[in-house]
Design a protein around this ligand. Structure first.
Ligand SMILES: *Cc1c(COP(=O)(O)O)cnc(C)c1O
Length: 381
């Protein structure tokens, strides 16, 4: 099925294909509007402390079965507060994946701690357990474990490794609220979880975030760090109001996205050049971005490969398909700013070849058509 059914011939339509409507975000739903109207009518929209933020804290607390939740202004700030809550101090080391959200590196630096880069597991977007073990040292105070692009990091192994040591695990679940592994929600394996409510994220208020904590001592530290006579990193009542209905629907919508992602991945699996996620039977992922990576053909020079990747992005973006590069990763960061456990070869390789497809199309009826467009374009370049 092609978008915009018109009477024009197929080739003409291909030429004009415009998939923008399948990437429209945020969703517009009557429940969201109702929530905003309610916040308006009650006057909560003009208050520092109203019912919506309080209810949202309770909803998140119930959802993750954690007693301590703090709302904040963004996912990036959530990671920074989480590091402070974990007791990370100037000169301490924090392990993170060399393939991660750029802000996570900066958050560690911003509090005067030292990022220690671990490599990823080959063929995945996740931090390698072996590399974490290698990175661990006497100065390690925390490990940031991000679950990225629908992939699930080896969080059970890493938590077990941290268990009898003086280190805290921060699980970055900004991309995957509601995802589970072994029927347990991601974010509940570690000590602290971070959420983002940014404009493109699965739960969105345009901006915003939250920190979900197991220990009261961590919660107290998060409060002290954020308190400057007032909450320095607040989430507003209006933001909280529009997040509440989204939490109600999160599991159901995640399920739909997962089904659609499986359809796409099934299509890609028949096409030699496009590789994607391997999903274990124990995983119920949530898709913020659907990742693919291209394999260079045997005789292809690296420059030719890069050119064809750039061309693939251009061809698809011309059709308003929202596909882009993955994270650049930190493999090339100066060793003055961080410690590296190895040459970070896997990260460097993956960062060069990853493309990510934005999630809104997973809720559309054009999933298979878009998958076919990606496959066709990959054959042309
Ligand atoms: C988006 C994102 C963040 C930061 O969230 P913002 O709300 O945009 O600051 C942190 N970590 C990961 C993995 C993300 O995808």
């Amino acid at each position: 099925m092609k978008p915009h059914s018109t009477s024009e011939p197929d080739s003409e339509m291909n030429h004009k294909a415009d998939y923008s409507e399948f990437f429209r975000w945020p969703l517009q739903k009557p429940e969201y509007l109702q929530a905003l109207i309610k916040a308006y009518e009650s006057g909560d929209w003009g208050r520092y402390h109203g019912q919506n933020c309080q209810t949202l804290v309770e909803v998140i607390s119930r959802y993750f079965e954690r007693s301590f939740v703090r709302l904040c202004s963004s996912g990036t700030i959530a990671v920074e507060i989480a590091l402070k809550a974990a007791g990370v101090k100037v000169g301490d080391e924090v392990i993170l994946s060399a393939y991660d959200f750029p802000g996570n590196f900066r958050c560690i630096e911003s509090i005067g701690a030292i990022p220690v880069l671990a490599d990823i597991m080959p063929g995945t977007w996740s931090i390698s357990y072996d590399s974490v073990v290698e990175a661990y040292g006497s100065k390690t105070k925390a490990i940031i474990v991000s679950h990225l692009h629908g992939d699930i990091a080896p969080i059970e192994l890493i938590s077990a490794f941290a268990k009898n040591k003086e280190i805290k695990i921060i699980e970055d679940i900004c991309q995957c609220p509601g995802a589970t592994f072994n029927s347990m929600k991601l974010g509940t394996f570690g000590d602290i979880a971070t959420l983002s409510f940014g404009g493109s994220k699965l739960l969105t208020a345009g901006r915003g975030g939250a920190i979900v904590m197991k220990s009261e001592a961590d919660f107290q530290r998060s409060k002290i760090y954020s308190d400057r006579g007032n909450d320095a990193f607040p989430l507003s009542e209006l933001q909280a109001s529009i997040l509440l209905p989204q939490f109600d629907q999160l599991n159901a919508v995640n399920e739909l996205r997962f089904k659609a992602a499986k359809l796409m991945m099934e299509r890609f699996s028949h096409c030699g050049q496009i590789n994607t996620l391997k999903i274990s039977a124990k995983s119920q992922p949530a898709f913020f971005k659907l990742p693919i990576f291209l394999s260079p053909s045997n005789d292809q020079h690296v420059n030719d490969f890069n050119n064809s990747k750039e061309q693939l992005i251009r061809v698809l973006q011309a059709k308003k398909i929202k596909i882009d590069h993955g994270f650049p990763g930190f493999a090339n960061r100066s060793s003055k700013r961080c410690r590296k456990v190895s040459d970070l070869r896997e990260t460097a390789r993956l960062a060069k070849s990853t493309l990510i497809l934005h999630h809104p199309c997973l809720l559309s009826n054009a999933v298979e058509t878009i998958a076919d467009e990606i496959i066709d374009a990959s054959k042309q370049v």
